[in-house]
Design a protein around this ligand. Structure first.
Ligand SMILES: CC(C)(COP(=O)(O)OP(=O)(O)OC[C@H]1O[C@@H](n2cnc3c(N)ncnc32)[C@H](O)[C@@H]1OP(=O)(O)O)[C@@H](O)C(=O)NCCC(=O)NCCS
Length: 267
């Protein structure tokens, strides 16, 4: 059994022949297929073929839909992952598509979101994929929400076999910037020296606590596209506040804060 990755609550592993019964339960449920063109599979032969074609995806492209297993209970929750799509959809072919499908009893517990994050990270960090796409029926509110929550950008709506779908995309550089942002927000740290330096550079007289609040506000309100990594430094440019932060990407220490055009504001 090949384990791909794991998350706080899930083991993500390849799907295999021993999953046939539970895959049949998942794929024969019409409610699960409501926004999937109602293409249920209701016999074991169909599932055996589907598992074989997943095996082919694993072998050919190193990706595929992977089983998500509850670490605590060992239960099969559903699948998530990337499919390498060879046919043309919305004028694209040969692309990686993010997807997920869960047994109904596990809906609403954040498992799809958790597994989608893990799949994206695996694709960009391990497989060095350049871009990931995703498609969701415009009425599939849960799925559209997940895609936005995990950082995919809405590109357009298109006709997919007579049904309006949304088309999403995330590139590896967008992902890296989002990653810096969340890593920086999580782990930002200060040295004694930097408090004085920030006050001086920004022409402020704030307490240490107030400086920390100011910096974390700047970080959280700055758009990911304004996080630029160059060498060991991350530059965070907040045009609204007219401030640029320089952060050491190895230590997550603030190095300095600068006014973008030398002007000061009192915010
Ligand atoms: C879509 C599906 C994977 C969601 O799984 P899940 O584990 O319940 O999803 P999560 O709990 O991780 O997240 C669901 C998100 O959608 C939101 N949501 C769920 N149902 C919703 C609804 N009817 N309207 C609006 N938002 C909804 C949740 O609040 C949550 O968002 P939040 O984290 O911002 O609060 C699951 O319902 C499923 O397997 N459906 C059938 C297969 C399918 O449609 N796959 C997607 C194909 S594109």
């Amino acid at each position: 059994m090949k384990i791909i990755t794991e998350t706080e609550r899930l083991i993500i592993r390849e799907i295999e022949a021993s999953d046939t019964d539970i895959m049949l339960e998942l794929h024969s449920d019409p409610e699960v297929h409501l926004y999937l063109g109602n293409k249920t599979i209701t016999n074991r032969e169909g599932i055996i073929d589907a598992i074989k074609s997943l095996g082919q995806q694993y072998a050919d492209f190193g990706v595929g839909r992977w089983a998500m297993i509850n670490k605590k209970t060992n239960e099969f929750i559903g699948w998530a992952g990337l499919e390498f799509v060879k046919e043309s959809i919305n004028k694209h072919k040969d692309f990686y598509d993010l997807g997920y499908r869960l047994l109904k009893k596990f809906w609403g517990q954040g498992f799809a979101t958790e597994s989608a994050f893990a799949s994206i990270d695996y694709a960009f960090s391990k497989l060095k994929v350049q871009e990931i796409f995703a498609i969701a029926d415009i009425n599939n509110e849960a799925s559209n929400r997940i895609l936005k929550n995990v950082g995919l950008g809405y590109i357009e709506s298109f006709d997919n076999g007579g049904v309006k779908h949304n088309w999403y995309k995330l590139t590896s550089s967008e992902y890296e910037r989002k990653k810096y942002k969340y890593e920086v927000l999580d782990k930002i740290c200060y040295t004694e020296l930097v408090y004085g330096r920030i006050n001086k550079k920004l022409n402020l007289e704030l307490s240490k606590r107030k400086i920390e609040i100011l910096i974390s506000t700047i970080l959280s309100e700055t758009n990911e596209s304004e996080f630029q990594k160059k060498g060991k430094n991350i530059y965070v440019t907040n045009n609204e506040r007219n401030i640029r932060l320089t952060i050491n990407s190895y230590t997550n220490r603030i190095i300095t804060a600068d006014r973008l055009n030398g002007k000061t504001t009192n915010r």
